[in-house]
Write a protein that binds this ligand. Structure first.
Ligand SMILES: [Zn+2]
Length: 214
């Protein structure tokens, strides 16, 4: 009423804002099927609740006045549109210039491919790639309790990996971009040996999306 008197809102908004027949917000859950033990995500449905109209009104006011980031994406369709035509795969994955010899490089996302089938593994290391690769390669000789998907693949199928031609997919990113880069590259593989837990931070909708555009 006071907003109306002070002309903050027009007649239409004044009529829309009060709520006469509201219902209590309802809660439902979405199971997070990609996580172990399948925890639930709670969703509160507030449509037609007493404060819904007011909240919508305030949301509109705020969202119109906060500048949008250039990275803002409203939905997955917009993401596909934005990525469409971007030469993401070629520029970022295939044609990296070799500045340092690859084994001396640090801070890389790398891909190790099987010589005998299309299986591959994507990992990242902040240490020298050579050091990390030696660990992968020699793991088979260690009497270790730590599991290695690479060792498992070598033993199970009697395959070996192409250690001389490990692909460097990405390097020297700001820290916050690291995990995203690694996750994306893990998901882009045709036959990934990576564990599901390696991409746990990525919402399953995006995983499907990446599979679709691959
Ligand atoms: Zn193989």
């Amino acid at each position: 009423m006071r907003w109306k008197k002070k002309n903050f809102i027009n007649d239409l908004s004044y009529k829309k804002l009060p709520c006469n027949e509201g219902v209590l917000p309802r809660v439902y859950v979405l199971p997070k099927i990609h996580k172990s033990n399948c925890p639930f995500r709670l969703i509160v449905a507030s449509i037609d609740s007493p404060l819904y109209a007011l909240a919508t009104f305030i949301h509109d006011v705020i969202s119109k006045n906060v500048p949008k980031s250039v990275y803002n994406i409203n939905n997955s369709f917009q993401l596909v549109k934005r990525l469409n035509g971007t030469r993401f795969g070629i520029e970022h994955i295939c044609f990296h210039k070799d500045i340092l010899p690859r084994e001396k490089r640090k801070n890389v996302v790398y891909k190790i491919s099987c010589k005998s089938c299309d299986a591959s593994y994507v990992g990242q290391t902040k240490r020298k790639l050579k050091t990390r690769l030696a660990e992968h390669r020699n793991h088979i000789n260690w009497n270790s309790n730590n599991q290695s998907v690479i060792t498992e693949h070598r033993i199970e199928f009697d395959h070996d990996f192409d250690w001389e031609n490990v692909a460097i997919l990405d390097e020297k990113r700001p820290l916050n971009k690291w995990l995203i880069s690694e996750c994306l590259h893990i998901l882009m593989q045709q036959n990934s040996l990576n564990l599901r837990s390696d991409t746990e931070g990525v919402h399953h909708n995006y995983i499907q999306l990446i599979k679709d555009i691959k």
